[in-house]
Design a binder for this molecule. Sequence first.
Ligand code: NAP
Length: 291
Amino acid sequence: MQLIDGKAAASQWIEETQARVNMRLSQGKPAPHLAAIIVGTDGASQTYVNNKIKACKNAGIDSTLITLPADIQEHELLHHIDDLNANPRISGFIVQLPLPKHINERTIITRIKPEKDVDGFHPQNIGKMVLQHPTLISATPLGILRLLNHYNIETSGKHCVILGRSAIVGKPLSILLSQNSKPGNCTVTLCHSKTPDLKSYTLSADILICAIGIPEYISSDMVQAKTVVIDVGTTRVTDLKQKKGYRLCGDVNFNSVAPHCKAITPVPGGVGPMTIAALLHNTLEASEQHV
Ligand code: NAP
């Protein structure tokens, strides 16, 4: 079994981004600038957004964190988005999801200027991705493509089984990996909660990508020796032995699956760091569109 080290791959990617940022600076261009809006005080969201903001420094990217109260009205949040859209110093920005229930996520995401949508969630960017036009691609799928490339994992002609059809992970990945590209050219099966006999699909996977958010759902009897397992799941599970009182848990039972499969990503240290590196890459790409 090969351990797919997302931390190491992300660190190399961030170094490459930093080198490109330095090149920009040496040409007298401004550093890329990422802004992040967080609404409310959800612990997991705060951790994710803080990690993204902290990582900017490593790539030489400027950052701004905008923290807004949970009871902010939708029109007020839209006002912040309009400000960031109009601010020439901001290369790109994200609105950390999920948002409080009284705010319509679709309205918010659609208001972000597509050129500044470094999360790649805007319908225009998703449409371009489907048509293989150059665009900003969602950070987690982009990070997974890069990880497969980094580890020279062959995708062409392989059967890729994806669990979970969210608009931010499963669905875009199913499109990207089935395209005529590298990585790509997979035959993709996209499974969800209504898929009967999930095991019959997971057992036929050359590449198994799990993004369902159910801790340790995938056990060793669901995976074959030929399978490369990419675990996207990150659920906080109570663990009083940890200082924080919880640990991050993937969708795959790592200890039982790892000895039986070809390669596997750990949680944490697999897809998570690649998502952050992809966001920094997208911020740089967005800044190159501006100047
Ligand atoms: P999501 O919106 O939480 O949706 C879960 C998906 O899993 C749905 O499509 C659901 O099917 C499917 N599902 C649920 N139970 C299932 C089952 N028993 N068998 C097969 N499919 C099942 O998805 P998400 O936002 O992509 O998040 C998934 C996980 O990835 C979460 O743990 C999240 O925290 C993590 N995540 C990690 C990163 C990272 O950077 N590491 C980034 C994004 C997300 P239906 O559509 O039928 O309901």
